[in-house]
Design a protein around this ligand. Structure first.
Ligand SMILES: Cc1cc2nc3c(=O)[nH]c(=O)nc-3n(C[C@H](O)[C@H](O)[C@H](O)COP(=O)(O)OP(=O)(O)OC[C@H]3O[C@@H](n4cnc5c(N)ncnc54)[C@H](O)[C@@H]3O)c2cc1C
Length: 382
């Protein structure tokens, strides 16, 4: 049955199709990819072929012409695949690096960057964070200087998802000495330009099947046509981009939390202690009830905020509330699920330890818990 008012029969069909795809083409390989520290490039190609990378983009730019909720379904279902790394890398491709190209890009940029990304032929990355600046986006130091018809870029980005193999980076740079928002501009930078290099692949606590890298720009020359949107408007453009990133992060957190909850529920029904399934203990049953309640509360908040975002509103206070609540909830649920698994929960051979490690990241990436609270408090007039 469709989950009104947000989902239709068509959405339900799409969810079924994605579930089958995740079950058959991702889940069986997740352990291997986690071990290798990366999933194969062919997954981008395959998802592009199936139309899964452009669900909510219009057909004229190579998308499927679906609505915003179709992208949300992808994020939820992908996060049930048994790891957080693959869905995160795919979300960078679908909802983090590409939306600004669609919204602010020229027709030529749609052809050169957006369409091949939605087809899964080019891998995209989003480059905001630097070694000395993460939360403080206005403080970034990567500098682009105009030289005739070209721009010359110098600087270092870090923690960049898809960074070791991205074909291009949607890059946040400083284009003037103005310390305020007017000093920031976006560029689309192909990684085959001389002067670009991957500093190192970074080792992480979780999200191991997704590659994370430091990127170095040493006199990288890009043509003026690679400026994305207007010069000096990059700060506003990236603040808009972050709203979508937070929404998709919340949807992913709901999917991940559901998965952790299901694992814990099944385990509680089959694990015997004191001659009975541990789900018989009131304390465990009540914990599961509380976990489910938190998931459903965050799901409703996510859908309600997404509904406004889909209509073109940018309710940044509510988006921050949604992201904060959903990612904290997902980590809390994973932690309680691990507790229900007891000692087994701490063992690598049980899936809950990975869910617990992976769920930690969303409280940092895309705007930390503290930054979400700052945004909310400011808009409350505090
Ligand atoms: C696995 C992974 C993948 C990532 N992928 C990408 C990517 O693809 N592209 C990209 O650009 N970035 C990416 N990031 C970076 C991520 O977005 C940043 O780590 C995040 O924004 C926080 O920035 P920071 O690490 O510099 O922390 P800092 O900004 O240094 O913050 C440190 C601490 O201070 C707190 N703090 C900072 N400012 C304030 C304030 N004003 N008020 C209260 N508290 C404050 C923070 O909440 C945090 O607790 C990724 C990070 C990780 C770990």
């Amino acid at each position: 049955m469709p989950y009104e008012p947000y989902f239709t029969e068509e959405h339900d069909q799409l969810r079924k199709m994605i579930r089958k795809f995740v079950e058959n083409e991702i889940k069986p390989f997740v352990d291997e990819w986690e071990e290798e520290g990366m999933f194969p490039r062919s997954l981008f190609n395959r998802m592009g072929e199936l139309g899964l990378l452009g669900l909510h983009y219009p057909e004229e730019v190579g998308g499927q012409g679906g609505d915003y909720f179709s992208g949300l379904i992808l994020a939820e279902e992908m996060n049930k695949c048994g790891c957080g790394g693959v869905p995160m890398a795919i979300a960078v491709q679908t909802d983090m690096a590409t939306p600004p190209i669609y919204k602010f890009g020229t027709k030529d940029q749609h052809e050169r960057f957006l369409k091949p990304a939605l087809r899964g032929e080019k891998i995209a990355a989003i480059g905001i964070t630097e070694p000395n600046n993460g939360s403080d986006v206005m403080g970034i130091q990567t500098r682009a200087r105009r030289d005739g018809d070209e721009w010359v870029i110098n600087g270092t980005k870090t923690f960049i998802t898809n960074g070791t193999r991205a074909d291009f980076v949607t890059l946040v740079t400083r284009t003037s000495d103005d310390p305020g928002p007017k000093g920031i501009s976006l560029f689309l930078v192909e990684t085959n330009h001389p002067g670009f290099s991957v500093g190192k692949k970074l080792e992480k606590v979780g999200m191991r099947s997704s590659d994370t890298a430091e990127l170095i720009f040493d006199d990288v020359r890009v043509p003026h046509e690679n400026l994305l949107g207007e010069e000096g408007k990059g700060f506003y453009q990236i603040m808009w981009q972050l709203q979508g990133e937070r929404m998709i992060g919340a949807a992913g957190a709901i999917g991940g939390a559901e998965k952790s909850y299901e694992l814990a529920l099944n385990y509680a029904k089959t694990r015997i202690a004191f001659n009975q399934p541990i789900s018989n203990f009131q304390v465990i049953a009540h914990l599961l009830a509380e976990m489910k309640t938190q998931i459903e509360a965050c799901r409703e908040l996510t859908y309600a905020t997404a509904y406004r975002f889909a209509k073109g509103e940018v309710p940044s206070k509510e988006i921050s509330m949604t992201k904060l609540a959903a990612v904290q909830m997902a980590h809390w649920v994973a932690d309680r699920a691990l507790q229900i698994f007891g000692g087994n929960g701490y063992m690598a051979e049980y899936p809950i330890e990975r869910a617990w490690r992976d769920s930690r990241l969303a409280r940092i990436g895309g705007g930390t818990d503290e930054i979400m609270k700052e945004i909310i408090a400011k808009q409350m007039g505090l």
